[in-house]
Design a protein. Sequence first.
Length: 201
Amino acid sequence: MLLFLTANFLIINNVAHAVTLEELQQRFTHQPVVRAHFTQERQIQGMPQPLRSNGDMLVSQHQGLWWHQKKPFPLTLVLDDSHMVQIMSGQAPQVITADSNPQLFQFNHLMRALFQADRAVLEENFKIEFSDLGQEKWRLVLTPKTSPLDKLFTAITLNGQANLDAILLTDRQGDRTELSFTQHRLTPETLSHEEEQHFKF
């Protein structure tokens, strides 16, 4: 459930213009729906081989986050402002509410802030270090400064170009989780009937 930011050079009259976080936020405000394929690799201390998974994700500013893992086994997570639903094949959906687990929904709120490049929320929770890597590539390193994030993660690093391409999470146990995003689709800007059904439970 982890997951968007972008920055690049805009060439205006042959002058390179570095995009600011404020400009980034404006850009993402005008991206109501983001769809992408993801791969996840988690390296856990003491395990010789990383855990790998892949699937599809969808972020809607109005509906929330839909995260559908295909391999190594089907698993779907749906998060909105008040619910998180976990669906596994052959099992009844598990529903967690904001009232029963407020920390989880603080994290959910934060993840959606990443997708929307919400600078106010990011600065409230992280020390921010933004780097322009050239050739329209960028990196954003977020160091947690509020609880419970600072108890869980040492850093969250986002890398991208035109879109968010990767997220690296390093945690206090020394484990690493890397998410890669490909096949980004920003249109259509509204959900299809099938996509709307993802958020009905």
